[in-house]
Design a protein around this ligand. Sequence first.
Ligand SMILES: C[S@@+](CC[C@H](N)C(=O)[O-])C[C@H]1O[C@@H](n2cnc3c(N)ncnc32)[C@H](O)[C@@H]1O
Length: 206
Amino acid sequence: MADHYFSAEPTSADVRRTVEARIWGREYTFTTATGVFSRDRLDLGTSVLLREVAPPTGGGTILDLGTGYGPIACALAVEAPDAQIWAVDVNTRALELTAENAKAAGVAKRVHPALVDDVPADLRFDQIWSNPAIHIGKPELHKMLLHWLARLAPDGVGWFVVGKNLGADSLQRWLTDQGYPCERIASAKGFRVLRVTATNAGPAPS
Ligand SMILES: C[S@@+](CC[C@H](N)C(=O)[O-])C[C@H]1O[C@@H](n2cnc3c(N)ncnc32)[C@H](O)[C@@H]1O
């Protein structure tokens, strides 16, 4: 079967290339590869998210949910020098690239690439950042979001970017209905940027 970017272990040849990106005023050169999401450039949705939301500058524990080759995780770690960033994905090649990119950006000690089940169960997140994998389908997407939102600290916040044509508005309503108030804070280039809070947080993490 052909690889999807969310394949656990891509079977395609691991052909590397580099991508230049400017994030929050800084230049990055990321290594990407076949079998990983948006290997040819910083994804447009990701770039909308990073343009519309100011970076955190303090400490805390932050989750990059669906890190891909790690552009969000690396940029967060650079901007927030006291923060610990958990960069989660299901794709092992993506996690290898995230580790390399974190090293290249000088933030490898604070970026923790991890498979979903390897994140310590007692960790709580002050922020969640994500360009979530909408293509995994609604049931999986909802399961994934509820799993991680339950780990938001009580005053935590989630920042998500979702394509308008990929159900951003219905996802916004669904999140609010689940007890995670969700507001649209920006709309650009066909994407919505959503802010989710932990007020009335749902069930405790399992
Ligand atoms: C839209 S891509 C975004 C990648 C990266 N953050 C970026 O901006 O380029 C979504 C990522 O989520 C990952 N993913 C898919 N299912 C997942 C799951 N259940 N848990 C965590 N990550 C998942 C995919 O492998 C993919 O790398």
